[in-house]
Each structure stands twice: as structure tokens, then as C-alpha cells.
Design a protein around this ligand. Structure first.
Ligand SMILES: NC(=O)c1ccc[n+]([C@@H]2O[C@H](COP(=O)([O-])OP(=O)(O)OC[C@H]3O[C@@H](n4cnc5c(N)ncnc54)[C@H](O)[C@@H]3O)[C@@H](O)[C@H]2O)c1
Length: 444
């Protein structure tokens, strides 16, 4: 009991600290220009909430749903009043975490309840569109996990429904509330790296993505990630976060075309989605995103590199490097030289592949004490990655009714790009951004 209370206090404090820290670095206007969704998330607005609580339901109480429940239990301005899952073991597990919540197996029944202000949807991708649209239709505020939806038409339908509704809609792009991304992107927008000349994002893991199945007829339900009917594979599961970061860095500018290759290289176990993807997204000005993901080798981990003519940011690690860094202390250079000598002494790692200047780059942390927190293993359980803060912000928005600027648009752009990437790989040709999926938010 005591530890629960202490926990609540510490979360509340970290939320306030987060806002305070951002105010400190930002000087309001510049920050809000880079992250407009934080406008509804100021200290004053938070204190206006007083003792009000958003009454929320969680639909889909599997892995991510239960992770959200753990975070939600620590947020004072919300209560979990209902749970829904059509797989009883997962519903029961969630019920243990919040025993007072009503349980449902049919989400449509849950949506009929007048005791629910908003829903948190954490179901497989094929369920996002029907559930988001039905929930908005039922007058609920909605937080739905990324990616937005399984098809481009479904994304468009959600975007259009959002134009018509006065309800709040969020998508689970937690990096939008992750301090190192917020500060890193603001630094990029303020010109620290010069002009953006390229981007390189990758996500490598060594894991089959399979889950144990208690009986064969549950294969497609439990391993939904592996089949096209319910998943967009690596692109929607992993790439959606990273493409959103690229678009955010580029300030709403969107690539005009994509080409790529996707294959099942290693996990030939009956799955349909690729376990290896390489894509190039090209902007009208020639800047390119190189995107690569592989789940049978984790040597390279995960990173989102933004390359400028004056420097480079590695946003997942929370680091940046400058091309001409006069401030680099002598000791730093000495270490780099020693490291170079060690590499040169190993025949297989000789100078033929060694980058000429990389050893001299000095890493700077974007946010003190958080550099390198993301191991790349999984978003679930990542430390201080914004997942709790985005839910806190959503609960606040459910109380105030204030829509969060740009979140839906960012999710829309990132998801369409993932789906266009999948199309380019399937058809083995360059795909140009189709007119019918362009929205006014996009700059080309
Ligand atoms: N933002 C992130 O970093 C992040 C991380 C992990 C997962 N996710 C997303 O969260 C979502 C869920 O992923 P997961 O790993 O928790 O999957 P999961 O399979 O563990 O959980 C999904 C749950 O939804 C339930 N479900 C399926 N259809 C349903 C229906 N019609 N009605 C009610 N319940 C239904 C399943 O029974 C299951 O319990 C996916 O969209 C995924 O992309 C996001």
C-alpha cells in the first residue's frame, strides 16, 4: 500500500519535472513549434485538473495492453473502469491488475457504457480501424496503439472521421513524449546539424517474433504479427516509429517515393511477413531515408540517425556529434587514436573498412543521464521512453476535451509510408506517393 502511494507521487513528480525541464531548455515558442502536441500539456493546464479523473477502458489486454495498465495505475488523473479482450487468459491477467474494472469480451458492448470517457486500444493492427471508428462513433475519446491501421483506405477513413469529431484521438507514438527525442528534434530544427542531408534508420533483433500457442487453431490469433491479414510486418511494427521520427525531423516534409526489397531470409516457419527489409525513401529535394530491419541478427541494434552537413544525431541513443568539433578535448582524441591503433592491429579489422574520421567524433548527450537507454531489444519495458507520459497526456485531454495538435497527422503519415513501403517491396517497383492519400498537413 505504502509503496503504491510512493510510486504515484514519484510519477506525478516526474511528470511535473518533465514539463519543467522542457520549459527550461525550450523557451516556449521554439519548443512548441517543434512539438505542437505539448501545447495542451503545460503545468497550468495540469493543475487545472484538480481532482478530476478520466474514466478509461482498455481494449486488448495482451502484452502492450497490460504494459499500459501498469503505467495507468500510476497516473492520478485517470481510473481504469473497464477491460475487454476476447482471449480469456489475457482478460483474466488484466483483471488481476485492476479487479474493480468491469470485464467484457465484446468491445461493442463496452462502447455502450455511459460510464466510460475514453478507450485505450491495444489490439492487433487489423482491429485498429474498426475499433477506432466505432469508439469515436460511440462518443468516446480514443488512444490507439500504432500503427494507425492495416490499409491506406482505413487510415484515410480514420483521418476523415477525426476531421468530423470533437473527440480526442491519440496514437501510441511514445517518442512524441520522450524527452530525448523532443530535445533532439528541437536542436535539429534550430540548425545544430546544419541542413539535413540524409537519414539512416535501422532496427535489428535476433528473435523469431513467435509466441507459444496453446492449441493450433489459435496460431493466427496469437501470432497475428506474422500474417498479412492482421499485420504489416516489420514496417508497421517497428518502422512506423522510425519513419515518424524522420518526418518529425524534416518538419512535416514527406518523401515522394519509395523502393525496397523484402524477404524471408531466415525464419522460414510458415510466416508470411518479411524478416528482412531494406528500403529507400526519397524526398523531393533528394534527401533519402535508408531503412533497414532484420530479425535474425542483432549486432547493429536500433538507431535513428539524422545526418546534417554540420553534424549527426543518434536519437535513440540520445547522442549527437559535430562534423568540426574544435571543443573536443585532447584526451578524447588520444582515446580515439588508441582505439584506431587497436583496430589497425587486428588484420580482419584493418584500415580498408575503417572509417577515416569516425574515431575523432565526440559524442554529446542530448539529455543528461539518459544517453544510450534504448537497447533496441523491445519498446516494451524501455526506460523513460514516453509511454507513460503520452497516456498521462491522453487522460488529461479526456478531461479537458482539448485535442492534441498533429498526433493524428504524424501517425497518418508514418503509417501510410510503412504501407507504401510494403507495396514497393511486394510489387518490386518504385511507388510514388499517391494523390488520394495526400492530406493538407503534408509538404512534399
Ligand atoms: N508503441 C509501442 O511501442 C508498441 C509496442 C508493442 C506493441 N504495440 C502495439 O500494440 C498492439 C498490441 O500488441 P501486443 O504485442 O500487445 O499484442 P498481443 O497479441 O499481446 O495483444 C493483443 C490483444 O488483443 C486481443 N484481441 C484481439 N482481437 C480482439 C477483439 N476483436 N476484441 C478484443 N480483444 C481482441 C488479443 O486477444 C490479445 O489479448 C499492436 O498494435 C502493436 O503494434 C505498440
Amino acid at each position: 500500500m505504502t509503496s503504491k502511494k510512493q510510486n504515484k507521487q514519484s510519477v506525478d513528480l516526474s511528470l511535473r519535472q518533465f514539463i519543467k525541464d522542457l520549459g527550461g531548455i525550450a523557451g516556449g515558442t521554439a519548443l512548441l513549434a517543434s512539438t505542437p502536441w505539448l501545447q495542451s500539456f503545460t503545468v497550468d493546464k495540469l493543475s487545472e485538473l484538480k481532482k478530476e479523473k478520466a474514466r478509461l477502458a482498455v481494449i486488448g489486454t495482451g502484452s502492450r495492453g497490460q504494459y499500459h495498465i501498469h503505467n495507468m495505475l500510476d497516473i492520478e488523473h485517470l481510473e481504469i473502469v473497464a477491460l475487454c479482450d476476447n482471449y480469456i487468459p489475457n482478460l483474466k491477467d488484466a483483471s488481476v491488475l485492476c479487479p474493480k474494472a468491469k470485464t467484457y469480451t465484446d468491445y461493442k458492448k463496452l462502447l455502450e457504457s455511459s460510464e466510460i470517457d475514453g478507450v485505450v486500444i491495444a489490439t492487433p493492427l487489423n482491429w485498429h480501424a474498426p475499433m477506432v471508428l466505432d469508439a469515436l462513433d460511440a462518443g468516446k475519446h480514443v488512444f490507439c496503439e500504432k500503427a494507425m491501421a492495416l490499409t491506406m483506405d482505413e487510415c484515410k477513413a480514420i483521418y476523415e472521421a477525426y476531421q468530423q469529431t470533437d473527440r480526442v484521438l491519440y496514437f501510441g507514438l511514445q517518442q512524441l513524449f520522450d524527452e530525448k527525442y523532443i530535445k533532439g528534434i528541437q536542436m535539429i530544427h534550430s540548425g545544430l546539424l546544419g541542413d539535413i542531408v540524409g537519414m539512416r534508420c535501422h532496427w535489428f533483433r535476433n528473435h523469431d517474433w513467435r509466441r507459444p500457442v496453446p492449441s493450433p487453431e489459435l496460431e493466427r490469433k496469437i501470432n497475428w504479427r506474422l500474417y498479412w491479414e492482421s499485420s504489416g510486418g516489420l514496417m508497421t511494427e517497428l518502422g512506423s516509429h522510425q519513419l515518424e521520427i524522420c518526418n518529425w525531423a524534416m518538419g512535416q516534409r514527406v518523401p515522394v517515393s519509395v523502393s525496397g526489397m523484402g524477404d524471408i531470409v531466415y525464419w522460414k516457419d510458415g510466416r508470411e511477413v518479411y524478416d528482412s527489409v531494406n528500403l529507400v525513401y526519397r524526398y523531393a529535394n533528394g534527401v533519402k531515408i535508408n531503412y533497414e530491419s532484420l530479425i535474425s541478427n542483432k549486432f547493429n541494434g536500433m538507431e535513428n540517425q539524422i545526418l546534417g552537413n554540420r553534424g549527426t544525431a543518434e536519437l535513440a541513443q540520445g547522442l549527437y556529434y559535430l562534423e568540426d568539433d574544435d571543443a573536443s578535448p585532447a584526451i578524447q582524441q588520444l582515446i580515439a587514436e588508441i582505439r584506431d591503433k587497436v583496430f589497425s592491429a587486428i588484420p580482419a579489422a584493418g584500415p580498408s573498412w575503417r572509417s577515416e574520421t569516425k574515431g575523432k567524433y565526440k559524442p554529446y548527450a542530448i539529455v543528461k543521464n539518459t544517453a544510450g537507454v534504448h537497447s533496441g531489444a523491445s519498446m516494451i519495458g524501455a526506460d523513460a521512453d514516453g509511454s507513460d507520459l503520452i497516456l498521462s497526456s491522453f487522460a488529461q485531454a479526456c478531461i479537458t476535451g482539448e485535442k492534441a495538435k498533429n498526433i493524428v497527422e504524424e501517425a497518418y503519415v508514418a503509417t501510410i509510408l510503412c504501407l507504401l513501403g510494403n507495396q514497393a517491396m511486394a510489387e518490386q517497383k518504385t511507388i510514388y506517393f499517391p494523390e488520394e492519400y495526400r492530406i493538407p498537413y503534408m509538404k512534399f
